[in-house]
Design a protein around this ligand. Structure first.
Ligand SMILES: Nc1ncnc2c1ncn2[C@@H]1O[C@H](COP(=O)(O)OP(=O)(O)OP(=O)(O)O)[C@@H](O)[C@H]1O
Ligand SMILES: [Mg+2]
Length: 338
């Protein structure tokens, strides 16, 4: 905990120069608070990356405007239970082009579900429907239901930010804010989803999130260094920590290792295995060995010529790989196409 108190002091020293804040134990954190947009011109992209495209508008304006949409984290640092996710008859379009048709899949709580299949069959699109990122794409349309612990995230009672906060996302290419410190990168996950935390809570969350992402020991002595100075694999684990900072109950990962070297890939896979049980994970991967190593459930997607993508076969990973029921699955997992 020594490091944490040092960080607290460092944070206080820095923040003392900011005239308007740090006067109360709990402060509403605004996106503009610690993020220097001049220093981080990619703020908009990253806001989307952390799953908070809507939040930047709300929080960029003023504290009062954002207050109605903020949540306060519970003081107790105890992660919420992983949540079950169930897609029911999910269809998706880009304009008139239908790319998914009637996809149903149960992603059990606390397990890792791998989505596999050839390029262009709709895996990423499906993943984006699971936390309502699909609807941010111009011309995108959606049909069906996505049940989070039995509640449809597309129901009018669910706000976009509710979905993003509970269902986090990590992308193919590590996308930390490069000029922002490691500490602030993790905290950015909170700010961008409009989550309140006081300084002590932030310190605890930074340590908790970096620990869960398997990065704490490597960076605890240099939390004030820029995120961009980390290796690619470390940057990806930093992005995982940023996603975990809001304590999501589901984490979506779209080919999180495809830009990484084998050693970093192994490290991220270990992180995924460590997180399994604490958070429900849905991972897209082209790497069959990876799917076999990290997942308990597996779904094979396919879009046959001119038709929208769908699931050919799904079930326990051992069964999908060891005794596939459909010849197309057998051919794909054996590397005969795709
Ligand atoms: N933003 C978009 N606008 C229009 N069409 C899109 C868009 N994104 C994806 N598509 C189309 O939707 C289909 C499914 O794409 P998607 O990216 O979901 O496939 P994927 O299975 O993730 O492929 P890959 O393995 O290459 O990542 C493809 O035909 C693709 O061209
Ligand atoms: Mg994809």
């Amino acid at each position: 905990m020594t490091e944490v108190s040092e960080v607290t002091e460092a944070t206080q020293a820095t923040e003392a120069t900011r005239a308007t804040e740090a006067t109360e134990a709990t402060q509403v954190i605004e996106v503009t608070d610690m993020i220097d947009t001049a220093e981080n011109p990619d703020i908009a992209e990253n806001a989307e990356a952390t799953g908070a495209a809507g939040a930047t508008q709300t929080y960029g304006a003023a504290g009062a405007a954002g207050a109605a949409d903020t949540v306060v984290l519970p003081a107790v640092v105890e992660g919420p239970a992983p949540a079950a996710l169930e897609a029911r008859a999910v269809s998706a379009w880009f304009g008139s082009h239908q790319v998914l048709s009637q996809v149903s899949l149960t992603m059990p709580a606390g397990q890792v579900t791998a989505l596999i299949g050839p390029s262009g069959c709709g895996k990423s699109t499906f993943l984006r429907t699971l936390n309502r990122m699909h609807e941010l794409i111009p011309s995108a349309q959606f049909g069906g239901e996505v049940l989070f612990e039995g509640e449809d995230i597309y129901d009018a009672s669910w706000r976009l930010t509710d979905a993003r906060r509970r269902i986090g996302m990590v992308f193919q290419k590590p996308n930390p804010f490069p000029a922002m410190s490691i500490y602030d990168n993790v905290v950015a996950g909170l700010k961008l989803t409009g989550t309140k935390a006081n300084r002590r809570e932030k310190d605890m969350l930074v340590e908790e999130s970096l620990t869960r992402a398997g990065l704490w020991k490597e960076v605890r002595d240099r939390l004030r260094q820029p995120g961009g100075a980390l290796s690619g694999g470390q940057q990806q684990r930093l992005c995982i920590a940023r996603a975990l900072a809001v304590r999501p109950r589901v984490l979506l990962m779209d080919e999180p290792c495809s830009a990484l070297d084998p050693t970093s890939t192994r490290r991220v896979e270990e992180t995924i295995q460590d997180l399994a049980g604490q958070v429900t994970i849905v991972i897209v991967t082209h790497n069959m060995q990876q799917a076999a190593r990290v997942s308990q459930q597996c779904a094979f997607f396919l879009a046959e010529q001119g038709t929208p993508g769908g699931i050919v076969e799904h079930g326990a990973t051992d069964a999908v790989f060891g005794s596939p029921q459909d010849q197309r699955t057998a051919d794909y997992v054996a590397g005969r196409f795709g």
